[in-house]
Design a protein around this ligand. Structure first.
Ligand code: XUL
Ligand code: CO
Length: 434
């Protein structure tokens, strides 16, 4: 098959002028004893690669998909699988992710949709065995069909809730069938449009019960991969309950779900929440809950989820600094939850898009590794807290001190001598490596 009209993308090095080559991503090159492929664990999202027609709020799809007959048939869905695996083979990506309704059509009733899913899953299983490609995570689409207009696991309607549960049960079983490493919950419509009609407490209780049932069912079928929650503040809803990493952590703690879940952090969701990606990654990592990454970026001038491919080396460096400092991704990966611009409608644009993202992350990885090996940045941060390493600071950290003790100390110690935070010096230091 040759739908992408190119050979396998090869590493040609930084001096190559071939746009269909990697300049920096060299899968087998070792960085600190581990290959780039193992560090980066790139994944491709079925929904963007195979199903995104590149429409926007003002116009329909532009994407050329000569392999797709536009129908909701199982036959068409099976054909897409071949095209997707051609894409993965040529780009050299070894993991992928799906929603149930990306890979197979939603048909007239639940039983028919599930039967269609089984057929496609059987083919995906064969393709995985043939190629060694692995499923990074599966998920259920609980946001496109009109029945989910008011939510799935937070719907005010119990029949919708049951339908959503049945869909997740099936998606979980398909993930298990494909030896998926994880399972994601992104609550697209788990939130509200207005609080005038919303019993927030009741909806959150329902959501927690739903997730507990998912955990129970995973145990029952022997699925032991982590569940991921993917935070996002809004769009499509006005407010999504999983609005950012901190809100998700609070929810998981409140409802006793911490041990079964990790977070899947997406760049454009972080920025929509008014945070940097680095912030969201650090919040997750601090709680020991950083599981996986949806690697994309937003646009500073557009206020919605533009899902662009990551190209900013500063951003990929920040991401890889957190990933390396926390010991690397284990079950998770870097899933390019990103789409081409509407103007980039040719199949080959998919190649350019992923080449750019992979090269940007390869550079981020090398730079982050160099910054860590250099040590000056970490030394500065450590030194900044040095007053807590001994004396009064060490006593504060060990919990020995009271307000009375600290008042006594402050009265005798005089005015503290504060050192510079050194931001500009550190910004210069980071730029030395770029
Ligand atoms: C939507 C988004 C989803 C999730 C999976 O913004 O990121 O595609 O990654 O449901
Ligand atoms: Co995502």
């Amino acid at each position: 098959m040759n739908y992408f009209n190119c050979d396998k993308i090869a590493f040609e090095g930084a001096n190559s002028k071939n746009p269909l080559s990697f300049k920096h991503y060299n899968a087998d090159e070792l960085i600190n004893g581990k290959s780039m492929r193992e560090h980066l664990r790139f994944a491709a999202p079925y929904w963007h690669v195979m199903r995104n027609v590149l429409s926007d709020p003002f116009g329909g799809g532009t994407a050329q998909m000569p392999w797709d007959d536009g129908s909701d048939s199982v036959e068409n869905a099976l054909k897409r699988v071949d095209v997707f695996f051609e894409f993965l083979d040529k780009i050299g990506i070894e993991y992928y992710c799906w929603h149930d309704r990306d890979i197979a059509p939603e048909l007239n009733d639940l039983a028919a949709s599930s039967a269609a899913l089984d057929q496609v899953v059987a083919k995906l299983k064969d393709k995985q065995a043939e190629t060694g490609v692995q499923l990074l995570w599966g998920t259920a689409c609980l946001f496109s069909h009109p029945r989910y207009a008011q939510g799935g696991a937070t719907s005010p309607n119990a029949d919708v809730y049951a339908y959503a549960a049945a869909q997740v049960k099936k998606a979980l079983e398909c993930t298990k069938e494909l030896d998926g490493l994880g399972y994601t919950f992104w609550g697209g419509r788990e939130g509200y449009s207005t609080l005038l009609n919303t019993d927030m407490k009741r909806e959150l209780d329902h959501l927690a019960a739903f997730l507990h049932m998912a955990v129970d069912h995973a145990k029952k079928i022997g699925f032991d991969g982590p569940f991921y929650i993917e935070p996002k503040p809004r769009e499509p809803s006005t407010h999504q309950y999983d609005s950012d990493a901190a809100a998700c952590l609070n929810f998981l703690r409140e409802y006793g779900l911490m041990e079964h879940f990790q977070l899947n952090i997406e760049t454009n969701h972080a920025t929509l929440a008014g945070h940097t990606m680095e912030h969201e990654l650090r919040v997750s990592a601090n709680a020991g809950m950083l599981g996986s990454i949806d690697a994309n970026r937003g646009d500073e001038l557009i206020g919605w989820d533009t899902d662009q491919f990551p190209t900013d080396i500063y951003l990929t460096t920040q991401v890889m600094l957190v990933v390396l400092e926390t010991g690397g991704l284990t079950t998770g990966g870097l899933n390019f939850d990103a789409k081409r611009r509407r103007e980039s409608h040719e199949p080959l644009d998919l190649m350019h898009a992923h080449i750019g993202g992979m090269d940007a992350f390869a550079r981020g990885l090398k730079i982050a590794d160099a910054i860590i090996r250099d040590g000056r940045l970490a030394d500065f941060v450590k030194d900044r807290y040095a007053t807590f390493d001994s004396g009064i600071g060490a006593k504060i950290e060990s919990g020995e001190m009271s307000f009375v003790d600290l008042e006594k100390y402050a009265l005798s110690n005089g005015e503290p001598a504060l050192k510079s935070g050194g931001q500009e010096m550190l910004e210069n230091l980071v730029n030395e490596f770029l």
